[in-house]
Write a new protein. Structure first.
Length: 296
């Protein structure tokens, strides 16, 4: 039976007892509204560690829009039930004040000087479009790592730039090992996301243009196109050629980067490794996706 804990202090004590017993901990940080992609991370953690634990915390520090924060799906009871079925040992949550008792003041404001610098790989794309987002991510993930002190932590590739920020954070902290697991997709190709719950069936179908644009970039790569500009053009041909059918779609970016040498701007010249990335608002829902071009 899974243990459900409601504050980080209780979670830290649980993890301390597990480590004292010689058990390794695999950790999956989440914002809840769990789907098959999250559960795949938990199963990977269970396969490679003695125990798996999950955090569920909708972190206000990483939201740029108050409405987006308020609309984010929340279902701790359902999340705990799904985790129990996977064999997960513990799930915990908490409040911003519980995670940062010395940094939150009335009326719930967070001290800016307590935010962690997310580093150079936070620059560009998500970092430009969501100012402060990665500082909020790095700040809460650092605290979660301090609470759990896991052997390994598991993240999904869908949030590609975030995984780069987290890898830099773990390197600076000296722990844990970071495992980035493949994006889990719906049968349509749409990347699984908690935000998909906010899409109507018609909007969900339209949102497949994200994954189809990434597949176009991969097809171009396989045909020996290795320059970012040509790969990006392949993505935009799909995006521009997809009928909207009355559903508003705003493309925020559709571009390519070298994953081994991250740059804020699109690289020039021939690439040996590539990742195609796309972000769009489909109706009122913001979605992101990416695909490694040199793999698969």
């Amino acid at each position: 039976m899974i243990e459900v804990l409601h504050d980080p202090a209780s979670a830290a004590a649980w993890c301390g007892r597990a480590r004292a017993s010689g058990e390794s901990i695999g950790f999956v940080p989440t914002m809840g509204a769990l789907h098959a992609g999250h559960l795949a991370l938990v199963r990977a953690a269970l396969a490679e560690n003695d125990r798996a634990c999950v955090s569920v915390f909708v972190n206000p520090l990483q939201f740029n829009e108050k409405r987006d924060f308020e609309r984010y799906p929340r279902d701790l009871e359902g999340d705990a039930a799904a985790l129990d079925e996977t064999g997960c040992s513990m799930v915990f949550t908490g409040t911003l004040e519980q995670f940062f008792p010395d940094d939150v003041g009335p009326p719930g404001g967070f001290r800016p000087q307590s935010l962690r610098d997310p580093g150079p790989r936070a620059l560009g794309l998500e970092g430009d479009l969501r100012p402060g987002h990665f500082a909020g991510v790095a700040t809460i993930v650092q605290r979660l790592f301090e609470v759990v002190r896991p052997y390994q932590a598991y993240f999904g590739q869908k949030d590609f730039q975030q995984t780069l920020v987290v890898e830099d954070l773990a390197r600076a902290m000296g722990y844990p090992r970071i495992r980035v697991c493949p994006t889990v997709r719906e049968s349509s190709g749409l990347a699984m996301s908690s935000r998909n719950q906010l899409l109507s069936p018609e909007e969900r179908e339209r949102a497949t243009l994200l994954s189809r644009s990434l597949e176009a970039a991969r097809a171009a790569w396989r045909s020996a196109s290795r320059e970012a500009r040509g790969l990006t053009q392949a993505m935009h041909r799909v995006i521009d050629g997809t009928p909207r059918n009355g559903i508003p779609v705003e493309i925020e970016y559709a571009t390519v980067r070298d994953p081994s040498a991250w740059t804020p701007e699109e690289p020039s010249g021939t690439l040996e490794r590539g990742v195609a990335l796309v972000a769009a608002r489909v109706a009122a829902v913001r979605l992101i996706d990416n695909m490694l071009l040199h793999e698969g």
